[in-house]
Design a protein around this ligand. Structure first.
Ligand code: ATP
Length: 568
């Protein structure tokens, strides 16, 4: 049997003979080359083969070339990194809006030859962004809050601009995200050694944005991918415009303010820095309104957690709550509605036990949230510190006591139907013009809502209704009937003592705790410019409403009686 050494020698001699045949050297053909036995002679031997030598040269040359290329790129990126700061902003992030608004305000954009013209307001109230000269447009003065035009960087193109004597390259990209969704991003590349310039730019953009948002609150909801998404900015509602029983508003605002200032107190005692308020009671009594108003007063954004959102389960809810920012209002409206069955831990046992003589009714749930999932999300390890939770419900008694206990819901406030006091205050809110000026920080003389009519002396007479009768909408023709009041009509100028007197009379006509504030507001809206009639016609309205409510109550009884007759 041939040993490996013998085999190697045979292969070697075949190879050398072959190489020798190809070469022209006769001598090489005649004298066989001895097989090298040590390493150095093997290398010398290999190098003596010219083809192999060429391959080796090529290999070394390629290696050196590739190394040089890599080195050059390495130094290029190093230099680029130290010369340029690159920042990317994703569309769903708030910082994207800041920078877009900031960019739209840069004068250099109006000089650019390739821009996108947009009417998007980036969640701002209209006039925060606008193109030069738009304010001088006479049309803009008439239609005050129309959509303003802005210059924006066009998509997928690159622009250069100067910021504080630094060269900045702006690129706006669009790519296809999940589920075919279009995802936008913005890239700023600033030529600067230090990071400070990026911080300055961001601070400037944020400051400008927040200044423009001063009179608004931002509302966020969760989207189908379980991310918080900004959906709207609403004007702040003045606390004054919400009429609650005496002391309720003060209690809420003082408590929330004190909580926000007590972070160190909580951490010193190891108590989770969270506060929960449960507002319950009659529909249309101002629960949601006071929450939005408080958000404005405290300068917090509102994050609406819709427990009945499809696809929301315990894990997703936990994730959502843990992603709340520090210091915000989390709002869970109609907390009972996520669970169509009675919302307590013994719910399973309750199923079908409403009526002993009937077969159990299968109860449907629209939500995948369980009560324990909700409780864990509210105060589990992932729950955000510093948040204020507001939950509202019309069915207080159906809530589980675990959900309502202090630590989760620290303060429970009942909202009842309107008292006489609330009716009186609501009337005053409606007809006193001061409130309007407080909201906008100026007197809105030409706003149709509360501005004065130029026929003062006529209006203050007791026969004022006749004047306004003439201002209501005329009949267009014989057949067309229009019900309502023209918006061109003006409310009469009333002194505060007159309003007080009328408000007291109005409150007299409204029964205690029988109607919701929302229905009273609806009634007063119909008499927006007729304060005297709002008072004189209130008793008739009360009777009409009572009759309607009685009829609605009687209807189900009638229907079931009809059903019973049919069955027999
Ligand atoms: N106390 C109040 N003061 C002033 N306006 C009120 C008050 N209560 C209700 N309203 C008005 O009624 C409307 C409905 O109010 P809101 O949505 O706050 O009631 P709610 O109690 O949250 O009702 P629901 O329980 O049905 O959600 C709003 O337009 C609001 O302006």
């Amino acid at each position: 049997m041939a040993t490996p050494l013998v085999l190697a020698q045979q292969v070697f001699s075949a190879l050398t003979n072959n190489l020798a045949t190809n070469s022209t050297s006769e001598a090489a053909q005649a004298t066989p080359v001895p097989f090298p036995t040590d390493l150095s002679s093997l290398v010398t031997f290999l190098c003596s083969l010219s083809a192999l030598r060429d391959w080796l040269k090529l290999l070394v040359f390629g290696f050196v070339l590739e190394s040089l290329r890599r080195l050059a790129f390495h130094f290029y990126y190093k230099l680029y990194d130290s010369l340029f700061i690159t920042a990317t902003f994703e569309e769903e992030d708030a910082s994207y809006d800041w920078v877009m608004v900031w960019l739209s305000k840069q004068p250099s954009w109006s000089q650019t030859r390739n821009v996108q013209i947009s009417t998007r307001n980036f969640n701002l109230q209209s006039n925060a962004i606008l193109i030069e000269g738009e304010d001088e447009d006479p049309m803009a003065a008439v239609v005050k809050n129309d959509r303003k035009l802005t210059y924006l960087p066009s998509v997928s193109s690159t622009f250069s601009m100067w910021y504080k004597r630094r060269w900045v390259r702006v690129t706006r990209n669009i790519r296809d995200g999940y589920y075919g969704r279009r995802e936008e991003s913005l890239e700023l590349c600033i030529m600067s050694w230090g990071n400070n310039i990026l911080n300055q730019l961001l601070l400037e953009a944020k400051k400008e944005y927040l200044a423009a948002q001063e009179h608004t609150i931002s509302i966020y909801v969760s989207d189908s991918s379980n991310n918080w998404r900004h959906i709207a900015s609403r004007p702040k509602r003045p606390l004054k415009s919400i009429v609650l029983d005496p002391g309720v508003k003060d209690l809420l605002i003082d408590d929330a303010r004190d909580f926000l200032e007590s972070k160190s107190w909580y951490s010193a005692r190891g108590i989770p820095f969270r506060r929960g308020y449960l507002l319950y009671g009659a529909p249309g009594s101002g629960k949601t309104s006071i929450i939005h108003s408080l958000a404005g007063e405290l300068g917090l954004d509102v994050y609406v957690i819709s427990l009945s959102r499809s696809g929301l389960d315990d894990t997703a809810l936990s994730e959502l709550i843990s992603e709340l920012p520090e210091k915000c209002i989390a709002l869970m409206e109609d907390i009972d509605a996520a669970f169509s069955q009675t919302m307590n831990r013994d719910a399973q046992e309750d199923i079908g036990q409403d009526k002993a003589d009937q077969p159990p009714r299968p109860k449907q749930t629209t939500s995948k949230i369980s009560l324990s999932g909700l409780l864990n999300a509210l105060d589990g390890v992932g729950a955000q510190e510093g948040r204020i939770l507001f939950a509202t419900t019309n069915k207080y008694d159906s809530l589980d006591s675990a959900l309502c206990r202090p630590g989760r819901m620290d303060i429970h406030i009942e909202f009842k139907l309107a008292s006489k006091y609330q009716a009186e205050e609501l009337y005053r809110c409606f007809y006193l013009p001061d409130l309007e000026s407080e909201v906008n920080g100026k007197v809105a003389e030409d706003d149709s809502g509360y501005s004065t009519a130029d026929n003062d002396e006529k209006i203050t007479t007791p026969h004022v209704t006749e004047i306004f009768e003439a201002e209501t909408l005329p009949l267009v023709d014989e057949e067309t009937r229009i019900i309502g009041t023209s918006h061109r009509a003006r409310v009469p100028k009333l002194s505060s003592s007159q309003v007080s007197k009328l408000a007291a009379r109005f409150a007299e006509a409204i029964p205690e705790r029988e109607f919701s504030m929302a229905s009273l507001q609806g009634y007063l809206m119909a008499y927006k410019i007729r304060p005297y009639e709002a008072v004189s016609e209130a008793p008739a309205w009360v009777e009409k409403e009572r009759a309607e409510i009685a009829m609605k109550k009687a209807q189900p009884a009638k229907d079931s009686a009809k059903g019973a007759t049919k069955d027999t």
